[in-house]
Design a protein around this ligand. Structure first.
Ligand code: NDP
Length: 284
C-alpha cells in the first residue's frame, strides 16, 4: 500500500496565509535583514527565496550583500549596525560564510531577541530547558508537519537519524517535549536498521541521497525526510529512498515539497514572533 503524502507545500501555504492575515489585519510592520557574504550560488537562491516569502506575507526584507573578500571586522560592523537598528526585528546571516571568516564570532553578535534562525546559544539553551524562545526553523517545521499529518507524538517511539546542531539535536529535544520516547542515531550507531525499524516516527537528516530504504522502516510509520541532496541530474533527492519507503510507511514527506517549504515558513513565523515580542505585543 502506498503511504499518504504529507505536503509541506500545503501546510506552508496555510501558515503563510495566517501570518499574512495577522500582519494585514493588525497593521504590523515586521522587518527581516539577511546578510550574505560572497556569491555562493546555492546561498543566493536561498536568500532570494527568503526575500520572496517575506514579500508574500508582508514582511519587509533587507538583503545586505558583502563581497567575498569582506574582512571579519567589516562583516561584524555590518551585523552590529543591524543589531542597533530598532526597525529590524530579525537578523539572519546566510551560511556558509567564506572560510576566512569566523562564523561563530559573527553569529554570536546577534542578540537572542533578533535571532530568528534560533541558532544562538541562548535560544538553544532555552529550547533544551523547555522555555519560551525563538526555535530553529527546520526542526519546528518538522514538528508542525508531524502534527499536520495527524500522527500522535505522545508516547510514540521517535527515531532521529542525524545529530547536527541545526536539525538532529533540536528536533530530538522538541520531540521529547512532545512526550515522544526519543532515540538519536548517527554515523557511529551500530545496526542502524534495528533502530529505524522500531520507529513510529522516523526523522532522517543525514545528507545522503536515498540512504534509508523501505526495508529499514516500520510498516505504517510516519517518515520525515529532511535531506536535500542535489543529484547528478540536477534534481533534489531526499535522504530516504522515496519509492521503496512509500510502500511501507503510513505517511511520508516528499522531497521537494516536504520539509523545505516549512523551513522558510517558520522563519517568517519567527520574524513575526520577534516583532511582537520586541514591541511588547506578545510576551517573551
Ligand atoms: P550534517 O552534515 O551537519 O549532519 C549529518 C548527520 O548525519 C551527522 O550527525 C552524522 O553523524 C549523521 N550521519 C551521516 N552519515 C550517517 C550514516 N551513514 N548513518 C547514520 N547517521 C549518519 O547535516 P545537517 O543536519 O545540516 O543536514 C542533513 C540533511 O538535511 C542535508 O541533506 C541537508 O541539506 C538537509 N537540510 C535540509 C533543510 C531543509 O530546509 N529542507 C535544512 C537543513 C538541512 P555524525 O554526527 O556521527 O557525523
Amino acid at each position: 500500500m502506498s503511504a499518504e503524502i504529507i505536503s509541506g507545500k500545503i501546510l506552508a501555504e496555510k501558515i503563510r496565509g495566517e501570518i499574512k492575515d495577522d500582519i494585514e489585519q493588525n497593521g504590523y510592520t515586521p522587518c527581516l535583514a539577511v546578510v550574505m557574504v560572497g556569491n555562493n550560488p546555492s546561498s543566493a537562491v536561498y536568500v532570494r527565496n527568503k526575500g520572496k516569502a517575506c514579500e508574500e506575507v508582508g514582511i519587509k526584507s533587507i538583503t545586505v550583500l558583502l563581497s567575498e573578500e569582506a574582512t571579519q571586522t567589516e562583516v561584524e560592523d555590518k551585523v552590529k549596525e543591524l543589531v542597533s537598528d530598532g526597525g529590524i526585528d530579525g537578523i539572519l546571516v546566510q551560511l556558509p560564510l567564506p572560510a576566512h571568516l569566523s562564523e561563530q564570532r559573527i553569529l554570536s553578535l546577534i542578540p537572542p531577541e533578533k535571532d530568528v534562525d534560533g541558532f544562538s546559544e541562548y535560544n538553544t539553551g532555552n529550547l533544551l530547558l523547555g522555555k519560551k524562545c525563538l526555535k530553529a526553523c527546520t526542526p519546528s517545521g518538522i514538528i508542525e508537519l508531524i502534527r499536520f499529518s495527524g500522527t500522535e507524538i505522545s508516547g510514540k517511539h521517535a527515531v532521529v537519524v542525524g545529530r547536527s546542531n541545526i536539525v538532529g539535536k533540536p528536533v530530538a529535544v522538541m520531540l521529547l517535549q512532545e512526550n515522544a520516547t526519543v532515540t538519536v542515531c548517527h554515523s557511529k550507531t551500530s545496526d542502524l536498521k534495528e533502530f529505524t525499524r522500531s520507529a513510529d516516527i522516523l526523522v532522517v537528516a543525514i545528507g545522503k541521497a536515498g540512504f534509508v530504504t523501505g526495508d529499514m522502516i516500520k510498516p505504517g510509520a510516519t517518515v520525515i525526510d529532511v535531506g536535500t541532496n542535489r543529484g547528478e541530474d540536477g534534481k533534489l533527492k531526499g535522504d530516504v529512498d522515496f519509492d521503496s519507503a512509500k510502500e511501507v510507511a503510513g505517511k511520508i514527506t516528499p522531497v521537494p515539497g516536504g520539509v523545505g517549504p516549512m523551513t522558510i515558513t517558520m522563519l517568517m513565523k519567527n520574524t513575526l514572533i520577534a516583532y511582537k515580542r520586541n514591541r511588547k505585543i506578545d510576551e517573551f
